[in-house]
Design a protein around this ligand. Structure first.
Ligand code: HEC
Length: 123
């Protein structure tokens, strides 16, 4: 293969690889990074889980709190966790702290729409 052809192919593939990267399926790993930073200080076994809700592991997060699930697979509007993040349900979360940035809320919403997968894409 000529050098020029190789370069041409590389240039054609680069944007496709970049696109695949941004559409990589989300998994627990991605959302839990947000929960660890902003939520687990009040929602884990160690801290004493507020309203019985733990966000420090996948199974507990899906099980929800005292009143049941806060994450509904494929149903963003029906997920209490999102309503709390957007202040549609009060008190807003994170409790007594600044709201999450929109891109983090959007990431959690994409994960809910994707069906709450535990495993994301290959990385
Ligand atoms: C400073 C402590 C604190 C932090 C940080 C916090 N929470 Fe909470 N959370 C609470 C308390 C207290 C409640 C119970 C409030 C109430 O009466 O509904 C609660 C309730 C909730 C509920 C409702 C549970 C249910 O069963 O109805 C959800 C969902 C929730 N939190 C999600 C989150 C998420 C997501 C984060 C991080 C982005 C977060 N919280 C951060 C203290 C906290």
């Amino acid at each position: 293969m000529s050098e020029r052809l190789i370069i041409t192919i590389a240039l054609l593939l680069a944007p496709m690889i970049a696109a695949a990267e941004s559409e990589k399926p989300l998994g627990w790993e991605d959302v839990s990074a947000i929960f660890v930073e902003r939520c687990v200080m009040c929602h884990s076994a160690v801290a004493g889980a507020s309203k019985g809700l733990r966000l420090d592991n996948y199974a507990a997060a899906l099980a929800g709190g005292e009143t049941g699930a806060v994450l509904v697979s494929g149903d963003v509007a029906g997920s209490e966790l999102i309503r709390r993040l957007r202040g549609q349900s009060t008190p807003r979360m994170p409790f007594l702290s600044r709201p999450l940035p929109e891109d983090q809320i959007a990431l959690i919403e994409r994960w809910i729409e994707a069906g709450l997968p535990e495993m994301g894409g290959e990385r």
